[in-house]
Each structure stands twice: as C-alpha cells, then as structure tokens.
Write a protein that binds this ligand. Structure first.
Ligand code: GDP
Ligand code: MG
Length: 545
C-alpha cells in the first residue's frame, strides 16, 4: 500500500467490497467492516440516519431491515447516493433512496417479510459524513408476525452471526438505555463471538427516555460491562420528533445540549453524541483496517496465486489430453446448452413462474401477438370497390367508387390485384416484427442461461457472444426468407386456387355480390372488394378509368 495515507484506507476497502459483491460468493474474503446489531427498535436506523443527516432508511413496525444494507459513507463536496445494483444512477432525493431500498428488499425476499442474507450496497456521498462503512442488519426479534416463518428469530440470528463471527468485523452493539443493560440483545450476541469485548463498540441510545433519577453514567464510563473500545451515548429523534418532521440538524443540536446540561454526563459531554460516535468509528475502522491489512493482504495474495494456478489449468486445453478442469469447463458449456433447451421447452427447474419467458413467450408471440399485429391496422378504413366484368352499370350511380372492368369471369383484374397486393405488402411489417420479438426473447434466454457462468466472466462473455452472433445470423436469414415468401405471393395472385374462394371470400375480404344480371344474353358479375384506401386508388393514374 506504499505511501497511501491512512485516510484512503476506507475508500480502498470500499472498492474491494464492491468488487467482491459483483463477483458473488466465489471470493469470500473477510473485509474489515462494522456491523450494526441490536434489538428491534433499539435505534440502529436512527444512528445511521444521523450520520448521514438524512432520512433515508425504511421505517415501520416489525422487521423493516430484511437484507443486510452495506452503507458506504464517503466524504465528498456534493451530496448524492448510489446503489451498486443500479450503478450510475445518481439519487439526490433521499425519499427515493428509501423507496429503492424497499423495492430492492422485496425483489429478493418477496413481499411476505422474509429475510435474505444477500446485501444491498448503498453509497452515500456527502460533505457531512466521514468515510465509514457500516452494515445495517435486521433487528433481533422475538415474535414472528404475519406469515413470517416460525424460526425467524433463528434466521436473523444466523444472518447476524455470519457477519459478526468474522474476526475482521467490528460490532456496533446498539442498546437502548431504557431497558435492562444486562439483558441487551446486542451485547449478549457480541459476547458470544467476542467474549473479551475486543472488537465491540457499545452505543447507548434513548438516554433521554430513562426514568427520572436514573442514568447510564456507569455504563458510559465503561465500568459496568467493560468493553475495550468503550461506550458512546447518543440521543436520537423520538418517534414524535420524526412524525413532526424535526430535521436532523436540529436533532443533533438538541443532542449536544442534552449532554452539556445533564448532570450525569456533563463531565464527559465531549465524548458523547452522534458526531463523536461518527469520528470514533471512522478512526477505529481505519485503525482496524491498518491492523488487519497485512493478514488480509497475504490472504488475498495466496488466493490470487491459487486462482492463477486454476486459470492456468483451464487454459491448458488439449483435445487429446482433456484434464479434469477442462472437462469441468466443457461441462459448464454443455450445461448452458441444456439450460437453453429447457427454457425453450419449458421443462425442468428453469420455469419462471412470475413472468412468461423462453419457449412459452415465443409461443405466445406466434399465437397471440403475431395474429394481433396482423389484423391491427388492416381494416381501419373500409371502402368498397366494385369490380365487374362490365363497367357501365353502377359507374354513373357511384362515381366515387372505383369500378374496374375486365371481360371474363374473374381473370386477373388490375384493380383487384392492386388492392390485394397492397394488403399483401402490409404483411411485411408484422412478419418482420414477429421475427424481432422472437429474436429478442432468444437473446434474453441466452442471458438468463449464461448467468450460471458468472464466476467465469470471460467464458460467459465469449459464450454469449458466439451464441448471440449465431442468433443474429439466423435472424437476417429468417427475415430474408419471410420477405421472399411475401414477394412470391405478390408476384402472382392465383384466383383459381380453391383457397381463394374458400379463404379470401369467406373471411369477408372479398364478397361476390351475386348480382348477375342477364343483359342481352350476357351475364354481368359484380365483385365487391373491401379494402381500405379508395383515395389512394383514385390518385393512382394507372387506374383512371
Ligand atoms: P431500529 O429498529 O433499531 O432501527 O430503531 P429505530 O431507529 O427505527 O428507532 C425505533 C424508535 O425509537 C423510533 O420511533 C425512534 O424515533 C425511537 N428512538 C430511537 N432512538 C431514540 C432516542 O435516542 N431517543 C428517543 N426518544 N427515541 C429514540
Ligand atoms: Mg431499523
């Protein structure tokens, strides 16, 4: 780390944290971090919000925090927030940050108040924060509510343990002053994993709510339940303050006054309060990173070496000498192909029950979307064209109606052909669109299948590239073919074909008005052809009769 200043250590670990989050479980290194633990309503969220100076955490009764929130506070001149799961989107409205946390929580846990150990990563840049990374964890709960699983307490405990058992984790144990300290959920949990109290930092909230005549002086002076890193007392906003939209600045000022004026805390007022807590945490995390860095570094290096060695084995592919790793790699590519097939067939465990996808979606495109697109714009304007083998009769009656004339029964008639061709040309757009939709779904499916390869980003990229370019190639061929078929239909209209009468006429596109009038021994037939644009037809000079 050379000449890097100590103040850069937290941002450095932040970058590592993001990198590890984005490659998933594969690189589970113990990054130095601070986990916030405490019972429900102990004041955890309040403490975090006070650091940021903004209301941005979901609130409410029950278990509100249901996924770990990795909160990276970064000192900056401007103020905004950013999530790792939608990187690049700047949040400047902190109400939206709250909504995004809620939405992102539900995305993984479902809305039924389940919990998930998959963290949400949030960065807050602000002039008011000191560099600090904290992990907000679900509060320790006792009683399941609603359709929460009966073992919810155990689940939450397990999740908290996952974080705090690591030696590299500092524990911020939040305990309200108005409850029995010896029974503090947070301190009990911390003691389980850090029996000597070496990496636990005590935070005592709700000092303003203590019974008249009692105080927490003994605890705060680190005499009652000593921790090496000691305790810091804070006063957050009460529920009434929050409901009354008391802003955090005013709350911090009130907190300062509280300590300065309280007889039990006056003498240590400079060691109490939110700003002090933020400063201490920043220092302790920095020191902690510095202390754990050498061990962390050598661990990282040995992992790097191991990974390099593994990568070397994958690279050493010889068709005649398939090593174990190469086999595994090939198996993954095969698995990809099996998954793809399953998604198209709709079999196996790949079926998405929330949204139609893969083969089911393509099926729908063919059987619902495509027919819909076909008819969508076709007969919005219906005009009547009369096509006769004699042109005189209705001509003077309906001069606005085009009357085509040909001798013979129904020989290829220019008027008829022109209209039918116009209809046929209209097939092109929906047909090409149908191909587009199917291609899009195929590409989505490829993406979903390649998710399993995410531990091997290069392999994934290459697999996606090859399969996608293959699909693209087929796309242009399919389109050529479709257009060719339509052109074939355009080039010759076979009115003798049985389908012509059976289909075209039955569908109502063409009606033969059986006004066959006998005139001087000759029969006159009228064909009434419905089509859309008579005006277009009139403008076309070819058909000026
Ligand atoms: P969490 O469940 O641990 O995240 O707790 P919250 O931060 O959501 O706080 C729970 C409730 O306690 C809220 O209504 C807060 O307003 C209130 N609260 C938290 N800290 C204090 C405090 O120091 N003093 C007072 N009066 N109320 C507090
Ligand atoms: Mg909370």
């Amino acid at each position: 780390m050379g000449n890097r200043g100590l103040e850069d250590l937290i941002p450095l670990v932040n970058r590592l944290q993001d990198a590890f989050s984005s490659i998933g479980q594969a690189c589970n290194l113990d990054l130095p971090q601070i986990a916030v633990v405490g019972g429900q309503s102990a004041g955890k969220s309040s403490v975090l919000e006070n650091f940021v100076g903004r209301d941005f955490l979901p609130r409410g009764s029950g278990i509100v925090t249901r996924r770990p929130l990795v909160l990276q506070l970064i000192n900056a001149t401007a103020e905004w927030a950013e999530f790792l799961h939608c990187k690049g989107k700047k949040f400047t409205d902190f109400d939206e940050v709250r909504q995004e946390i809620e939405a992102e929580t539900d995305r993984v846990t479902g809305a039924n108040k389940g919990i998930s150990p998959v963290p949400i990563n949030l960065r807050v840049y602000s002039p008011h924060v000191l560099n600090l990374t904290l992990i907000d964890l679900p509060g320790i709960t006792k009683v399941p509510v609603g359709d929460q699983p009966a073992d919810i307490e155990q689940q939450i405990r397990d999740m908290i343990m996952q974080f705090i058992t690591r030696e590299s984790c500092l524990i911020l144990a939040v305990t309200p002053a108005n409850t029995d300290l010896a029974n503090s959920d947070a301190l009990k949990l911390a003691k389980d994993v850090d029996s000597q109290g070496l990496r636990t930092i005590g935070v005592i909230t709700k000092l303003d709510l203590m019974d008249e005549g009692t105080d927490a002086r003994d605890v705060l002076e680190n005499k009652l339940l000593p921790l090496r890193r000691g305790y810091i007392g804070v006063v957050n906003r009460s529920q009434k303050d929050i409901d009354g939209k008391k802003d955090i600045k005013a709350a911090l000022e009130a907190e300062r006054k509280f300590f300065l004026s309280h007889p039990a805390y006056r003498h240590m007022a400079d060691k109490m309060g939110t700003p002090r807590l933020q400063k201490v945490l920043n220092q302790q995390l920095t020191n902690h990173i510095r202390d754990t860095l050498p061990a962390f570094r050598s661990k990282l290096q040995s992992q790097l070496l191991a990974l390099d060695k593994e990568a070397e084995e994958y690279r050493g592919y010889r068709p005649d000498d398939p090593s174990r790793k190469t086999k595994q790699l090939l198996q993954m590519v095969q698995q990809f192909s099996v998954d793809f097939e399953k998604r198209i067939e709709g079999s196996g465990d790949q079926v998405d029950t929330v949204e139609l996808s893969g083969g089911a979606k393509i099926n729908r495109i063919f059987h619902e979307r495509f027919p819909f697109e076909l008819v969508k714009n076709r007969f919005n304007k219906v005009h009547v064209i009369l096509v006769s083998n004699r042109k005189k009769t209705f001509h003077h009656l309906f001069p606005f109606i085009f009357v085509g004339f040909r001798t013979g029964l129904f020989t290829p008639d220019m008027a008829f052909e022109a209209i039918v061709k116009k209809q046929i040309i209209k097939l092109k757009e929906p047909c090409v669109k149908c191909v587009d939709m199917v291609i899009q779904e195929l590409i989505n499916t490829v993406r979903q299948c390649s998710n399993k390869l995410e531990c091997f980003p290069r392999l994934r990229e290459e697999t996606e590239r090859i399969v996608t370019s293959h699909i693209r190639d087929r796309e242009s061929r399919a389109k050529d073919q479709v257009l060719l078929l339509i052109d074939i239909q355009l080039s010759y209209i076979n009115t003798n074909h049985e389908d012509f009468i059976g289909f075209v006429i039955r569908k109502g596109w063409l009606t033969i008005n059986n006004i066959s009038i006998m005139k001087g021994g000759a029969k006159e037939y009228w064909f009434v052809l419905t089509a859309e644009s008579l005006s277009w037809f009139k403008d076309d000079e070819t058909y000026q009769y």
